[in-house]
Design a protein around this ligand. Sequence first.
Ligand SMILES: Nc1nc2c(ncn2[C@@H]2O[C@H](COP(=O)(O)OP(=O)(O)OP(=O)(O)O)[C@@H](O)[C@H]2O)c(=O)[nH]1
Length: 166
Amino acid sequence: MKTLMIDGVKVRIQIWDTAGQERYQTITKQYYRRAQGIFLVYDITSERSFQHIMKWASDVDEYAPDTVQKILIGNKSDEEHKRQVATEQGTKLAKAYGMDFYETSAFTNHNIKESFTRLAELVLQANWKDLDVLRASVTDELNIAALEEEEGIGDGHGDSQKACWC
Ligand SMILES: Nc1nc2c(ncn2[C@@H]2O[C@H](COP(=O)(O)OP(=O)(O)OP(=O)(O)O)[C@@H](O)[C@H]2O)c(=O)[nH]1
């Protein structure tokens, strides 16, 4: 669990790191169904991991909700001397998939906060309508509580059931 502030909204993020190995694929696919945002991660020092992105992307298309937000990540940017995948290759693939793209390093923390914040932003934007409904209902609740308090019938905590006359 991690908490981020996005546009004044406190967002709590639950992160699942799925296994990359083929033998865990059945379990991995089950995680997709409940995901709102997904990082497709390859290793810039491994051409093979880059080639695998297409397979990950097609699994995500098949098993994740249509509204899922995706970002392409080229990790291990600290290992420049071992680089096998050029930045342009990542940029090009991300563009083809219509995704944002970051090169990151879990080792130096390069672009880690930026990419998580961006994914959270995209998820928030995609769920903005739900958030508005939630905000409206909280506002309604607060208004009712204030009204009840003014009329001396509530406990000021917005629980309209407790102010029932019946
Ligand atoms: N130099 C460097 N090493 C990294 C970075 N991120 C991960 N590693 C190393 O890469 C190795 C694999 O990392 P994991 O986090 O196990 O990779 P994974 O993709 O989750 O592996 P799976 O279990 O197959 O899913 C470990 O030795 C990590 O320490 C990075 O940004 N830079």
